[in-house]
Design a protein around this ligand. Structure first.
Ligand code: ATP
Length: 274
């Protein structure tokens, strides 16, 4: 059957439009679990007996000085870097260390890098549309015949990211902050269970930072969100629980007030900024 014929069959729900029912099992524990993880680069221990758990629906902020291992930790979770030893589980069923990057992404782990990578020559709407269809060959046909099936989802995401009024604008003319929100929206199109967000407010105006705080806090609960961020004011505005990494290990964990009053944290990290 041709793609056109296949798409014309309105009774069918197509795989690429249907969020994969996430098989992650969180009934008996956290959504993400790292235990005794170690990674060395040329003999340098970048991640050192790292233990970390993220609960389902949690919004967690990860802070730590330069070189603390934050990016390497994200790389391990997403399958970009393989640890030397340790365990990394997504729910109680999925051993992430046996999976490659695309397999981990398809389980529902989305990663937002610091720099926005939207398609500037496409509209906001088209960017979201593209993020939804995993089979890019069907896009033109998709637009013609499948509108009702995906429009609702795109509208929902446009509302979440606050870009409803810019839906037909080219992404290239968006502000830096709007591009970041659009890219978060592109990840949301796939209905992830866990979003990893790297320095979301770098380069943003105060107003954009406030809007980003609202956006990330609104996502928590619906999915788990892990935010790596250097901006302490921003972390304070969104964090319920903060993990401080230092030399590849967890140095402290707790509320922003708890960690910022921890003498060890003050010594190795916040103290540096004071
Ligand atoms: N591929 C690599 N090869 C060698 N060393 C590496 C590699 N990746 C990271 N490192 C080192 O591992 C340590 C941890 O780096 P990482 O980028 O994870 O820290 P970070 O907390 O994300 O820092 P930043 O806040 O500056 O982004 C650093 O000392 C870094 O130089």
């Amino acid at each position: 059957m041709s793609i056109i014929q296949e798409l014309s069959n309105r009774d069918r729900v197509f795989e690429f439009l249907t969020p994969v029912a996430s098989p992650v099992d969180v009934r008996h524990g956290p959504i993400l679990y790292l235990e005794d993880v170690n990674v060395s680069f040329d003999g340098f221990r970048a991640i050192n007996n790292l233990n970390l758990t993220i609960d389902d629906g949690e919004l967690r902020c990860i802070i730590g000085p330069n070189g603390a291992g934050k990016t390497t930790m994200m790389d391990i979770i997403t399958g970009k870097t393989a640890p030397d030893t340790g365990s990394v589980w997504f729910g109680s069923r999925h051993n992430l260390l046996t999976m490659n990057e695309p397999e981990i992404a398809s389980l529902g782990i989305g990663r937002k890098f610091q720099k926005p990578t939207v398609f500037e020559a496409l509209t906001v709407f088209e960017n979201l549309e593209l993020a939804m269809a995993t089979d890019k060959r069907v896009i033109p046909t998709l637009r013609a015949v499948m509108k009702a099936e995906y429009r609702d989802r795109i509208d929902e995401v446009l509302e979440t990211i606050g870009l409803e009024n810019l839906r037909d604008q080219l992404a290239g003319i968006l502000s830096h902050g709007q591009k970041q929100w659009l890219e978060i929206g592109m990840l949301l199109m796939q209905k992830p269970r866990l979003l990893l967000v790297d320095e979301p407010v770098a380069g943003m105006t105060e107003q954009e930072m406030e809007r980003t705080a609202e956006l990330l806090t609104s996502l928590a609960g619906k999915q788990s969100v892990v935010v790596v961020e250097h901006d302490m004011g921003f972390v304070r505005s969104i964090a319920r629980k903060v993990t401080v990494l230092h030399q590849g290990s967890v140095l402290a964990e707790g509320s922003m007030d708890q960690v910022s009053n921890d003498p060890e944290v003050i010594k190795v990290y916040l103290g540096e900024e004071a």
